[in-house]
Design a protein around this ligand. Structure first.
Ligand code: 3PG
Length: 205
């Protein structure tokens, strides 16, 4: 799903024409994937601009409706991420055959997601939910679930989350700051990505 990456950049992009350079910069920094959030009018065009690359896994984030599932998959997203859990969104993602990582913040939400057949879940907002301690606690009753902490993750604490056996990857926006994206500053994205991958012990490509 993530092309082997254990870090997922959460991208809020206003300029779709920067998407190919952005993907190149992330990949050069050792992060061959991105979650393009459907928070901007440019998002679907950005997904289309980098979909189909064999060296890069593009997903759609902030997917909250059935219509967005269809739009994202039609644009070429190969996985979907939601901030929360919604049965209709989960059903449509399954029908379209695309992996969905829905957000959860409580044990009740984990149970609902598991009942819907999902076992890779985003913990959002991870820091506010309780950080690594909360992840350790969730792993007790849900040993088969794998988590993607997001929200307050940084180069400084990514390694601590990733050391947990229940964590398959972390996500966040720290390597794609809005100032760098609006300035089309690919070098900053590459450098922050390389710093992030070095911090978790994965050398840049
Ligand atoms: C999000 O969906 O906005 C992510 O959780 C990113 O959180 P961050 O900006 O704290 O990295």
């Amino acid at each position: 799903m993530l092309n082997g990456s254990r870090i997922v950049p959460v991208v809020v992009l206003d300029d779709a024409s920067f998407a190919p350079d952005l993907a190149d910069a992330l990949a050069a920094g050792g992060i061959p994937c991105a979650e393009i959030t459907l928070r901007t009018p440019a998002a679907l065009k950005a997904i289309r601009a980098i979909a189909g690359r064999s060296d890069f896994a593009v997903g759609a984030g902030t997917v909250t409706t059935v219509a967005q599932v269809d739009a994202a998959v039609d644009a070429g997203a190969t996985y979907l991420v939601s901030p929360g859990f919604d049965d209709a969104v989960a059903e449509r993602a399954a029908a379209r055959g695309v992996p969905l990582v829905p957000g959860i913040a409580t044990a009740t939400e984990i149970q609902r997601a598991v009942a819907a057949g999902l076992d890779h879940l985003k913990v959002f907002p991870a820091a506010a939910v309780g950080g690594p301690a909360a992840l350790r606690a969730f792993a007790g009753p849900f040993p088969d679930v794998r988590f993607l902490p997001s929200g307050g993750v940084s180069a400084a604490n990514a390694g601590e989350y990733l050391a947990l056996p229940s964590v398959f990857a972390v996500s966040g926006s720290w390597m794609v700051p809005s100032a760098a994206l609006s300035a089309r500053d690919a070098e900053t994205v590459r450098a922050l990505s390389a710093e992030a991958t070095a911090a978790i012990g994965v050398p840049a490509a």
